[in-house]
Design a protein around this ligand. Structure first.
Ligand SMILES: Nc1nc2c(c(=O)[nH]1)N[C@H]1C(S)=C(S)[C@@H](COP(=O)(O)O)O[C@H]1N2
Ligand SMILES: [Mo]
Length: 437
């Protein structure tokens, strides 16, 4: 009988088996742990790997499997392991993560200030001194043995600077449920799992060349120094996701500065990977080593996570996700109250992983009529554009504000996003509720 892939537990187990079957050379998970993971998955009806890979997932594991790490239940209730302050005007805390409140960006410049840049942590922020930090580059696609880079050596390489977003693949996920009535797993972000910063660092290609990368290289696997991720009582190792060598040698940065300051702890300090245009998980924080491999590599983050699963997708999911999609957000609280007959300058931002955004339209009547917004930034690839449109509401009552971006490839935000079980790559126009009084 074929697998029923609309049954969440069945395809979770199917893709976990695929990952387990000798395809996870670098996964570092032993067979006994895998058997426990299958058992937990069967009992819980879901592996929960997509849920958050975090306190929530650990808590699920505590219910499903015997012998979870001590204190897992308490950890779920504790404040997240984020170093910077998280005042409620600037952030909404979601498990181990903190979402930027878009309204707090109103009046700020083109860069997201660090004090309001979202944080997505699988576990918690580690404190790593630059002086003791080392990057170990190793693997069977190097000409010689491992090569180590200190912080000073990395800083002595030619520096590059680029303004780029980091955006979670799950940004906008909550709208699958609230706007499309579809069930998805994972952190219920609204639109604030994105930030744009000026990153300064060394080119990954320069580091790989100095390490002796050969033409045999296929995949490059950066790994974080943060804690190993435990889900359903199983340790799946440190956060790591392979990059094809073509992307690694193209435009990837090993960043040590963010907005002109040394990279702060929560954003990967002293050094993180920044992968232009790609989903946030590609941009590994607190990078400690990079494997350069002559064969394809598999980890949970490119097999059972960060692919599209669900109807219309193959059982093993889509190809691993790479480029981010197209979105727009208002710099306004959801449910804001606006006075009637008073002109209000509506402001917001739009961005695309594929190409510069060059047109933004806004509707103040729920999508019947659209007006062109004024753009305040030159459209640039990998960044966002700020926009505005004055609006004078003429009637009291509830209203929906909509913003719709078009990028230079000609792609416009659709009315509905394509459903996938883990709620990745939401790109539809979001209805922003307000009340006119
Ligand atoms: N080592 C490590 N790198 C990581 C993560 C993590 O938990 N550990 N989270 C990833 C995810 S899912 C995202 S969306 C981005 C978030 O980057 P930020 O916290 O600087 O906003 O970092 C990525 N890199
Ligand atoms: Mo993410």
């Amino acid at each position: 009988m074929p697998l029923d892939l609309s049954d969440e537990s069945q395809y979770d187990r199917a893709r976990l088996r695929q990952w387990a079957r000798g395809r996870a050379r670098s996964a570092g998970v032993d067979r006994r742990d895998l058997l426990r993971l299958f058992a937990a998955g069967a009992a819980a009806g879901s592996l929960g790997l997509g849920a958050a890979g975090s306190a929530e997932a650990a808590a699920e594991g505590a219910a499903a499997a015997p012998g979870p790490p001590a204190g897992a239940g308490a950890a779920a209730a504790a404040p997240p392991g984020i170093v910077k302050p998280l005042p409620p005007e600037l952030f909404t805390v979601r498990g181990t993560n903190a979402e930027t409140n878009f309204a707090s960006l109103r009046g700020t410049g083109p860069l997201t200030p660090v004090d309001r840049f979202f944080v997505r942590n699988h576990t918690s922020t580690p404190r790593i001194e630059a002086s003791g930090w080392r990057l170990n580059v190793w693997g069977d696609a190097l000409a010689g043995g491992p090569v180590e880079f200190s912080y000073d050596r990395l800083r002595s390489l030619p520096a590059v600077e680029r303004t780029l977003f980091v955006e979670s693949a799950g940004n906008g996920r909550s709208f699958y449920a609230t706007q499309q009535g579809q069930q998805v797993t994972g952190t219920a972000w609204t639109l604030g799992a994105i930030g744009v910063a000026r990153w300064r660092g060394a080119r990954l290609s320069d580091v790989l060349r100095r390490a002796g990368v050969t033409r045999a290289a296929v995949d490059v696997l950066p790994r974080g120094l943060d804690d190993e991720v435990v889900t359903n009582g199983v340790n799946v190792g440190r956060v790591r996701r392979p990059l094809p060598v073509s992307k690694a040698l193209d435009d990837v940065i090993l960043a040590y500065e963010m907005n002109g300051e040394p990279l702060p702890p929560d954003h990967g300090g002293p050094v993180r990977v920044v992968v232009p245009g790609w989903i946030g998980i590609s941009s590994i924080k607190w990078v400690g080593d990079i494997e350069v491999s002559a064969e394809p590599l598999y980890t949970p983050w490119n097999t059972d996570l960060y692919r599209l699963f669900g109807p219309g997708q193959p059982p093993q999911g889509s190809a691993p996700l790479t480029r981010q999609t197209l979105k727009s957000a208002f710099e306004l609280e959801a449910g804001a109250t606006l006075p009637v007959h008073r002109t209000r300058l509506l402001t917001g931002r739009s961005w695309s992983g594929a190409a510069p955004v060059h047109r933004v339209e806004v509707s103040t009547d729920g999508g019947a009529r659209w007006q062109r917004a004024r753009l305040h930034d030159a459209p640039r690839r990998g960044g966002w554009v700020r926009w505005s449109l004055p609006w004078t509401p003429r009637a009291t009552g509830p209203a929906a504000l909509l913003a719709r971006a078009t990028d230079a490839t000609g792609r416009t935000q659709p009315a509905t996003a394509a459903h996938n079980t883990q709620g990745y790559l939401f790109d539809a126009v979001v209805r922003h509720p307000v009340t006119v009084v």
